[in-house]
Write a protein that binds this ligand. Structure first.
Ligand SMILES: Nc1nc2c(ncn2[C@@H]2O[C@H](COP(=O)(O)OP(=O)(O)OP(=O)(O)O)[C@@H](O)[C@H]2O)c(=O)[nH]1
Length: 604
């Protein structure tokens, strides 16, 4: 048995033997070896391609952590690769501008743009708020652009000037404007479209200034929070932070409750097949369902979401108070007329309002009618008085205003409450975060029962949140009772529902519907980036797959070449053996022929 050493290829100890009895098996072994190694390499290549662009779950979690930390840092305005976008939220109680930015799209068509709120040099979010709402310009629409100027000047000072031209500006108006006649809405928007481009260089056209529907507002809020929570990530089960959150291969999304000054929104994802409905309910459900694709391409159907979304105009905290005052004024004056009373007609005979803190005095005026009120801070009585304002119907499938509500699985769901849901729990009660019905009710009841003089003293002593103002103090009792009624009586949330978080910041990001709006409006931008990238790489794509780019391919080539050399050497050796055997008789012949001539003796 001959031993063939491959020491020129491998370390000295890496040698193996091949029988030399027959050259055929030896060659077969070599071929088998080549085949085996090639398969191995192919497998490695396939695995490498599968994971191309994807990192391990641990890496992903670490990347997410880093991204969250990065979110808190000042935005690098020197970075030429950053894009910016502006959203003005023109609400009923005020207007705010949010400045967002995002780096180039990462190239994965499954991902949305990584949009974040811009932070200034001091790492503070770039946001500015003004009061009152834009609807105050209803009678002087020609000055609407003057009203918004402070907000846009503020944004212009933060976004790098070289980026202004490519920075989209969206002016989106909500319930305050919705309540105006259409003619007045259009006059305000027309003034913005005409005058703002004269002064500011942002990317802005007529379609970018609009009064959005409550349904849109709800969907945007839903998109915003689910994006911040990473619920649109489509990952392997092993990658999920909480694997039970995964439903049919994607993460379970959270629902939202958003109570503004004038309107209220609820939105949550519903399964494609809901329980059996009557034809009328089926019809109602269709109107209240929004189906949309967050993918950058219509073909990416894994980004299609079906969301139940409803808006209730007049159910926001401030507007609900107005409706309540209307109700109280009308009922009191009617009773006065019928019973000959004089309740509320003078300060010394006020209407005792259970929804105001004890001792707080106020005057309600409607047209020429006046009602004097004084708080008596009775949480239970306040709740009872609010009940008619919920306008519920008798069916259990309906929520506020008798509107059909898609079933919520209260044992397997998660909700976030924004705006008034957060302010009511946090500003003065300081129990924002995880909501617990009985705890909230107790704290709100205690607040209502406090004397107004005590509350104002506590306010002066700075015992409440820095966001709390006198308006909050005054209406906290009413708003907390309203929020409680809406949640439990209107939307049928169990009193001990454990999965509601009230929030303004999530992972230190301010979660507003405006974030969802810009995500939705820029959802096709990744497609544009991907196309550009595609064109750029058209020539380089083969090169990307070449051995210079992929080290497995590089090693594969080297091994193939080396194996080819080995085979060649084996073949040479075989030929050499054959020749040696064939030349042996010749040698003998040569000896026989030549020996006599030169006198050599052959043999014994
Ligand atoms: N504590 C606190 N209260 C706020 C803040 N912003 C607004 N509010 C108050 O919360 C109430 C509701 O305001 P928003 O949530 O901004 O609602 P809006 O956008 O004006 O109302 P809609 O047009 O119905 O969406 C108002 O009474 C505001 O005065 C804030 O940042 N902190």
């Amino acid at each position: 048995m001959a031993r063939i050493s491959f020491s020129f290829l491998c370390p000295a100890s890496w040698y193996f033997t091949v029988p030399t009895v027959s050259p055929f098996p030896r060659q077969r072994v070599a071929f088998l070896g080549l085949f085996f190694i090639s398969c191995l390499l192919l497998l490695m290549l396939i695995m490498d391609f599968r994971h191309w662009g994807a990192s391990s779950p641990r890496d992903r979690q670490y990347e997410r952590y880093l991204a969250r930390v990065g979110d808190l840092e000042a935005t690098d305005t020197e970075d030429p690769d950053l894009n910016y976008g502006l959203v003005v939220d023109c609400g009923s109680s005020g207007s705010r501008i949010f400045v967002y930015f995002w780096p180039r799209h990462n190239g994965n068509p499954h991902d949305l743009l990584d949009i974040k709120q811009m932070r200034d040099r001091n790492s503070q979010p770039v946001v500015k708020k003004i009061k009152p709402g834009i609807s105050v310009m209803a009678d002087t629409p020609e000055h609407a652009s003057d009203y918004l100027r402070p907000l846009l000047s503020f944004a212009a000072a933060h976004v790098p000037v070289r980026k202004h031209k490519e920075t989209p500006l969206y002016i989106l108006c909500t319930a305050g404007m919705r309540l105006l006649p259409e003619r007045k809405q259009l006059a305000i928007l027309a003034d913005l479209v005409k005058d703002l481009p004269l002064e500011f260089d942002f990317l802005f056209s007529q379609s970018q200034a609009e009064v959005i529907s409550g349904k849109q507002e709800g969907v945007y809020a839903w998109i915003g929070i689910n994006f911040v929570l990473g619920r649109f990530d489509h990952e392997d089960e092993a990658d999920a932070e909480a694997p039970q959150e995964l439903v049919t291969g994607r993460r379970r999304t959270v629902g939202i409750l958003d109570m503004g000054g004038a309107s209220l929104q609820i939105a949550y994802e519903v399964p494609t097949s809901t329980s059996v409905l009557s034809p009328q309910e089926e019809e109602a459900a269709k109107i209240l369902l929004a189906e949309f694709n967050l993918g950058c391409d219509v073909q990416h159907t894994e980004h299609v979401y079906r969301v139940y979304v409803t808006t209730f105009l007049g159910f926001g905290g401030n507007f609900a108070r107005q409706r309540y005052e209307d109700l109280v004024l009308n009922e009191t004056l009617n009773n006065n007329r019928l019973l000959g009373h004089k309740t509320g007609l003078s300060p010394d005979n006020p209407f005792l309002d259970p929804c105001l803190p004890v001792g707080l005095t106020d005057v309600v005026e409607r047209n020429s009618q006046v009602l004097h009120v004084r708080g008596r801070g009775d949480w239970a009585a306040c709740g009872a008085m609010l009940s008619p304002l919920l306008a519920r119907s008798n069916t259990s499938q309906a929520s506020l205003n008798g509107i059909y509500q898609s079933p919520i699985d209260f044992n397997n769901s998660e909700f976030y409450g924004f705006s008034e849901f957060f302010y009511c729990t946090e500003d003065v009660l300081r129990i924002g975060g995880r909501y617990h019905g009985p705890t909230f009710a107790k704290a709100a009841q205690d607040y209502c029962g406090m004397a107004w003089s005590v509350l104002t003293q506590r306010f002066k002593n700075g015992l409440f949140s820095s966001h709390a103002d006198e308006h909050r103090l005054k209406y906290q009792c009413f708003k907390s009772a309203w929020m409680y009624q809406v949640l439990h009586e209107g939307f049928h949330f169990p009193y001990d529902y454990p999965n509601l978080q009230t929030a303004q910041l999530v992972y230190d990001r301010e979660v507003q519907w405006t974030l969802g709006a810009i995500l939705y409006k820029t959802r096709f931008l990744p497609l544009r980036d991907l196309r550009q990238e595609g064109v750029r790489q058209a020539h380089g794509s083969w090169f990307r797959l070449s051995f210079v780019y992929n080290h497995y391919l590089f090693f594969a080539c080297i091994l193939v070449v080396l194996l080819a050399i080995i085979l060649y050497l084996l073949r040479l050796r075989r030929i050499h053996h054959r020749q040696t055997r064939a030349s042996a008789p010749l040698n003998l012949l040569w000896i026989e022929e030549v020996a006599p001539i030169i006198g050599v003796q052959v043999g014994p």
